[in-house]
Write a protein that binds this ligand. Structure first.
Ligand SMILES: Cc1cc2nc3c(=O)[nH]c(=O)nc-3n(C[C@H](O)[C@H](O)[C@H](O)COP(=O)(O)OP(=O)(O)OC[C@H]3O[C@@H](n4cnc5c(N)ncnc54)[C@H](O)[C@@H]3O)c2cc1C
Length: 384
């Protein structure tokens, strides 16, 4: 076992950090406060080949794996720019289209995803189903060769920035278990019958959220991704990448917040010594640093396992849990370290707290992870 990163990986981290560093935390905070997308940064990363680093080379991507995408997420976030749509467009949609898409779908979407010209967002969450995917009620029913999509989704991020949405639908019900048979469709955001309404949230994010209504949205057979009725397994293949990149984003948020806090704590003096010399200030930061680096290790292991085709569910869940908790602890400690300045717009810490708080809930909430670990890692009875 060798924990040293390769020269290529170090170079990747340095280049991505240099690109994102040109924008920095001030840029992100400004966009988050204005609810405006970080388009320039996205494009700069796309031009460099980093948005699509995990997309196969034959479709214009970097031909690398989830491990490298995880590094990209970590580095942009460590520069203060945690781009939420990396989880959605690059990780989940990119991975699912590359793995299950038809050749036509891959040719149509992957090259533009890879360069950052286009985004494909992901819609699974429904008002009445919540964390229970088996209860999804957005249906896709056959109408001749076409499908008609009917139902609604909520909290879907980045629909206004995307060209298409990967939609999880119910195309049947398992007669023995009553669980939904799921199918995935790639649906253009301007499809007739698809109505989107902004869903305001109080956390400050550059990405906006939407409620989607599908009112008999007609799509051709070419919109089906993978095999009809096999969507559950397919979605699960995409959820680990989403959790792993979510964890990477949190690791970066934590590192950024801790760096800002350390800088402040060594320069701010109120009792004749830097505030960082008080253990009440330094210990929460040190504790968050330990938790962050532990989470980073598990994140790397999860990404590596996914790329190696090994089971990655446990590591992905643990990484996402640990990283979200570490990010929250780090940002909270950073805010406290800054005193009143911690809440000032100028220091840009509150938007990061909002993002970290979101990542305790999404893409999977902390309690569902604890359920997973209790059941699958410890062999305890299923609790729900
Ligand atoms: C800003 C934002 C962006 C989002 N972006 C997207 C997106 O792009 N695409 C998308 O599809 N979704 C998106 N989501 C939705 C997000 O993934 C869900 O909110 C999340 O998965 C939780 O589902 P829920 O809100 O329905 O919570 P519920 O399922 O209603 O659960 C509520 C709470 O109950 C607890 N709970 C639920 N079930 C159990 C259980 N079995 N055991 C113990 N506790 C339990 C948990 O604490 C949970 O937080 C986004 C949400 C937000 C807020």
């Amino acid at each position: 076992m060798d924990f040293r990163e390769t020269t290529e990986h170090r170079a990747l981290r340095e280049t991505v950090a240099a690109i994102a560093g040109r924008f920095g935390g001030g840029y992100y905070a400004e966009r988050a406060q204005a609810r405006q997308p970080c388009t320039e940064l996205w494009q700069a990363l796309g031009q460099g080949g980093y948005i699509g680093i995990n997309i196969p080379e034959e479709y214009g991507g970097g031909g690398a794996g989830l491990l490298e995408l995880t590094m990209v997420c970590e580095e942009v976030s460590t520069q203060g720019c945690p781009l939420l749509l990396l989880l959605v467009s690059s990780a989940i949609s990119g991975e699912l289209l590359a793995r299950y898409g038809t050749d036509e779908q891959r040719k149509e979407w992957l090259p533009r995803l890879a360069t950052g010209q286009s985004k494909v967002v992901f819609a699974i969450t429904e008002p009445d189903a919540g964390s229970n995917t088996h209860r999804l009620s957005t249906t896709a029913t056959r109408d001749g060769a076409d499908y008609l999509l009917r139902g609604s989704k909520h909290y879907i991020s980045g629909v206004d920035e995307a060209e298409a949405i990967l939609v999880v639908t119910r195309t049947g019900t398992d007669e023995t278990t009553g669980a939904a048979r799921l199918s995935l469709f790639v649906v253009p955001t301007d499809a007739p019958g698809l109505v989107r309404t902004p869903l305001p949230v109080d956390v400050m994010l550059p990405e906006r959220q939407f409620v989607l209504h599908f009112d008999d949205v007609r799509v051709g057979p070419g919109a089906l991704v993978g095999i009809e009725g096999e969507g559950f397994a397919q979605v699960f293949h995409g959820l680990n990448p989403e959790r792993i990149t979510g964890a990477a984003l949190c690791v970066g948020v934590a590192r950024y917040a801790l760096a800002r806090a350390a800088e402040y704590a060594t320069t701010r003096e109120v009792w004749g010594v830097p505030v960082g010399s008080h253990q009440g200030v330094s210990h929460p930061l040190a504790q968050a640093k330990i938790e962050t680096e532990l989470a980073a290790l598990m994140t790397t292991r999860a990404a590596w396992s996914h790329d190696a085709g090994l089971p990655a569910g446990e590591a992905s869940n643990m990484a996402k849990y640990a990283a979200a908790e570490a990010a929250l602890a780090a940002v909270d400690a950073a805010i406290q370290t800054h005193g009143g300045n911690g809440l000032a717009t100028e220091y840009g810490l509150v938007p990061l707290w909002g993002l970290a708080r979101l990542l305790r809930i999404a893409p999977v909430n902390r309690e569902m992870i604890l359920n997973y670990v209790a059941q699958h890692s410890l062999g305890l009875p299923r609790s729900y």
